[in-house]
Design a protein around this ligand. Sequence first.
Ligand code: DQA
Length: 144
Amino acid sequence: KPVFVLNGPNLNLLGLRQPEIYGRETLDDVAEACSTLAEELGLAVRFLQSNHEGALVDWIHQARGEASGIIINPAAYTHTSVAILDALNAFEGPVLEVHISNVHRREAFRHHSYVSLRAEGVIAGFGTEGYALALRRMKTLVSK
Ligand code: DQA
């Protein structure tokens, strides 16, 4: 079963928006790096992005029974979405949360995450390398 890698709003502009915070790599670059690493690790990945909260909720529902684990960068919904938390709570496998930037060094409203109430682990401030680190950890979690 594949690992779902889900990305929230504005991450389609990765590499273009606020590169001083998020870097110059695009989301396509990240998707490619994930698929190369996944192959190395013997994992399948399904890499998805949406600007819509409901689309993310629908993918999390689809992950029930279909995905071995979920890696999610919920972007701004991290700090607002009870709906995404509830959907993740209905998923049976491991969940890892990724933030490209160090949210704890930023505005106070970024310090709280609803998703962290569900995530086995959180990576923040490792840039886009955070996705690769999360994938390695996911390999361990799904191999148990
Ligand atoms: C983010 C951090 C969030 O606070 C922000 O809203 C994002 C991206 C990150 O990857 O650093 O859009 O999740």
